[in-house]
Structures are given as C-alpha cells and as structure tokens.
Design a binder for this molecule. Structure first.
Ligand SMILES: Cc1cc2nc3c(=O)[nH]c(=O)nc-3n(C[C@H](O)[C@H](O)[C@H](O)COP(=O)(O)OP(=O)(O)OC[C@H]3O[C@@H](n4cnc5c(N)ncnc54)[C@H](O)[C@@H]3O)c2cc1C
Length: 406
C-alpha cells in the first residue's frame, strides 16, 4: 500500500492545476489517467481572458499559445469585431491552444513541480466503513491519500461512486469539433456564429465557432444546449456540416483533418465534495452555460483546492465547496436559467437581435457571456448580471414549466 497527500484522478487541466499548485507547496501528489500520455480532449481549444489569467496565476507561460485579441460575433448579417475588455482584473487577451499541446504542457509543469503522473491506469475512489474516501485503487494497487480529487471530466464511473452526476432536469451541452487547414489560421480573432439552425430550421441555442490555432489549422465546431426544442433528435454531425459550408469560402477551409468528434458539457453536479474528497472542473459541473467554457473553471477550482489543502487538509473539502459556491454558483445558476430562456426559438431570435444590435450592447454581451465582469469595476456588464440574476430567479418556475423540451 502506498501513501500520498493528494491522489488526483484525471490529468486534464483541472487535475493538472491541482497537481501543479499542490506540488509546488510541497505536497506529495500522484495523478492517474486512464488515457495514454499525450492524449487529446475534444474541445474548441479557446481560452478567454479569464482562462489566460488563471494560467498566469498558475505560472504558465503562453508562449506556445496563439494569442487572440477579441471575438468576431456573427448573428445573421450582423458582424461585429469586439476586442476583449481591457483595464480590469483579467488579461486583455485570450488564446487558442490545441488541447493535445496545452494539456501536455500542464502535465509537464506538474511533473516539474514534483507530482507523479501514472498513465493508462484507471483509478477509482476507495471508501472506509463510514463512507469517507481514503484514497484510490488503481491497477489492483491501493493508494492511501489525505485528499482524493475527482478531476475526471464529464460524468462516468467515478461520478456514479461519488454521487456527482448532473442534477436531473438541469441543462447540459453537447458539442462537436474537428480541425481543418486555413490560410487564416493566424487570425487574431476567434469567431462565433450565434444564429445556427438545425435541419428543420429550428434556431439552436448555442453557436458555431472558428478558433484559429496559429499552426496552419483552425478548430471548427458547433455546440448546443439541451434546452433546445428537439434536442434529443439533434444531429450534431449534420449541424457541423451545415456550419462548415457556411464558413467554407470565407476561411478557405481544407478537408477535415480528423473525423468530427463530439462530447458532453456538464453544467451541474449533485455534489462536489464529501469526507476526504472533492470534485473539480467538469467533474463538478463547472462549465459556463453561456459560452461552453470549462478550461478556466477547471484551472480555478483546481488551484483553489490545492491552496486550501495547503492551509489545512482537514477543512479543505468543506471550505472548497463554500468558496467555490461564493465564486461561481450565482453566475452559473443564472447561466442555466438563461439557457432555459433561449431554448425558446422566438425568445432566442429576438434576444439575439438585441444582444448584437449595437456595438455597446454587443460588448456587454461579450463580457457577460464570458463571465468577464470584474467585481472591482463591474460597470454596465455588472449591472446587467445583477438584473439578470434577479429577474431570472423570479422567472425560474415559469422557465422550467415552459421549457422548450417539455
Ligand atoms: C466540443 C467541445 C468544445 C469545447 N470548447 C471549449 C473551449 O473552447 N474552451 C473551454 O474553456 N472549454 C471548452 N470545452 C469544455 C472543456 O473541454 C472542458 O470543460 C475541460 O476539458 C474540462 O477539463 P477537466 O480537466 O475537468 O476534464 P477533462 O479535460 O475531460 O479531463 C478528464 C481526464 O480524466 C481522465 N479520467 C476520467 N476518469 C478516469 C478514471 N476513473 N481514472 C483515471 N483517469 C480518468 C480522462 O482520461 C481525462 O484525461 C469544450 C467541450 C467540448 C465537448
């Protein structure tokens, strides 16, 4: 039987952030991943200024990433190039960093900090008789740990054992992506088309994206929220194909480099901590329902756990849940309510017209959707979030009763 301070299950950004930060504090950290070293993750590879700031906080250089100055927002014929907000707490730029490389970089940083990473090994939590998690079992070997961290991504076996599955009835997302060569691979704007329609002409709450990676390729994909009418029958491959034909000419796209692959975006979790364990990143349902972003939340939740463990291992799980709630719960709850709202085609159509109607409103939309409101200088976007929070809270029962999927 081996012992470590922290056993981390999953070597994505969330697990790596725990490992980097905790190992730097001197903790003995062991990370397990069932995939092989160099694994890829189906993702858009987009990093908002919030995510870039989290990487800075983690001491990660962005030299290998393709830096992005802003977002090109497209809704029908309206097209706006919006710079990322500057002058606040977040970096004034974003980035695109293909996940195969970003995740490898983060794991290398964890190893450099002293963490041990064990690949191609599924790990499962081990409970004592009182239901406390006391470590993991991996490859028929038991690792005792003072804290076990589930950084396992979208729910699977570990979520079932810990009870962290998504909350029934809450929204979630599905998205698909591939890569293609494009002469515009070094564009400094990411592009989002907000007016997607499925093959029956139903407006899709979600967006199509072109994220230039700066390495000869662009990441092209589409994502949709489960609150959409007809979501269960939505064919993501067809949606991806129709979006591709929409942007094909403008981006002079080459053939798909790989078969488009889809994955889930969890946006809620029944629990995210318990005795001896915490969940971070996607495993804790930490995806922004307004833009599908999850890398930042993985990094932020991972760093938070490591810091709290460093302060006091005994109180870390409870404190983590409390502080995570303070930082994210209200925003994510508002985002989930918002996604019920835009599940209604008519509301989505008129809402979009308004959201991109003027440059000033589009800038606020960008800030709100990206959770880029700086608490110290909240400005107009901060006021919008506050009002949306209150209004959507009041409308919540109605939103659920009349949800488009019902
Ligand atoms: C198509 C798509 C596009 C997206 N685009 C963006 C984007 O542009 N920007 C953004 O910020 N977010 C995006 N997201 C969300 C983002 O990909 C996730 O939020 C992010 O990967 C979460 O990181 P994580 O570390 O929590 O989990 P993951 O990155 O999913 O890592 C989990 C790891 O755990 C391992 N694992 C699971 N179970 C076990 C086990 N029992 N034992 C050992 N190992 C295990 C897995 O092998 C995996 O390596 C997108 C998602 C999708 C599906």
């Amino acid at each position: 039987m081996e012992h470590c301070d922290i056993a981390v299950i999953g070597a994505g950004p969330a697990g790596a952030a725990v490992a980097i930060q905790a190992a730097r504090h001197g903790a003995r950290v062991v990370v397990f991943d069932k995939a092989a070293r160099g694994r890829d993750k189906v993702c858009g590879d987009g990093l908002t200024p919030r995510a870039v700031t989290a990487l800075h906080d983690l001491g990660i250089s962005l030299d290998e990433a393709h830096l992005i100055e802003g977002l090109r927002m497209i809704a029908n014929k309206t097209e706006r190039e919006l710079p990322w907000p500057a002058g606040g707490r977040f970096a004034p730029y974003g980035a695109v960093w293909p996940r195969r490389r970003l995740d490898a970089y983060l794991v290398a940083a964890a190893e450099e900090a002293g963490a041990e990473v064990i690949w191609e090994t599924e790990a499962l939590p081990v409970f004592d008789d009182d239901g406390r998690v006391i470590g993991v079992e991996a490859d028929a070997e038991r690792w005792m740990a003072d804290l076990t961290v589930a950084a396992t991504g979208a729910p699977g076996a570990v979520a079932k054992m810990l009870g962290t599955n998504r909350v029934e009835g809450e929204p979630f997302g599905l998205a698909i992506r591939t890569y293609a060569e494009s002469p515009r691979h070094a564009d400094r704007h990411i592009e989002a088309c907000l007016t997607l329609r499925d093959e029956h002409g139903t407006p899709v709450p979600g967006y199509g994206w072109m994220f230039p990676a700066g390495d000869g390729t662009v990441n092209i994909g589409v994502g949709a929220l489960s609150t959409m009418k007809g979501f269960k029958k939505l064919n993501l491959n067809t949606l991806q194909d129709s979006y591709r034909s929409l942007v094909q000419e403008d981006w002079e796209l080459g053939p798909n480099i790989e078969k488009p692959r889809a994955w889930r975006l969890p946006m809620s979790a029944q629990r995210r901590h318990g005795p001896g364990w915490v969940a971070v990143g996607d495993a804790a349902g930490l995806v922004n329902p307004m833009n599908g972003e999850g890398i930042d939340y993985g990094l932020e939740s991972g760093m938070l756990v490591a810091d709290l463990f460093n302060d006091d291992p005994a109180t870390a799980p409870d404190e983590y849940d409390r502080l995570l709630g303070e930082r994210f719960d209200s925003f994510l709850r508002t985002g989930r309510r918002f996604s019920f709202l835009i599940g209604h085609p008519r509301i989505l159509r008129s809402g979009l017209r308004f959201a991109v109607g003027t440059e000033a409103i589009a800038n606020i939309t960008l800030q709100v959707m990206g959770n880029l409101v700086d608490a110290d200088t909240p400005g107009a976007a901060g006021r919008v979030v506050r009002v949306a929070d209150k209004t959507l809270a009041m409308a919540d029962p109605l939103l659920r009763r009349t949800r488009a999927t019902a």
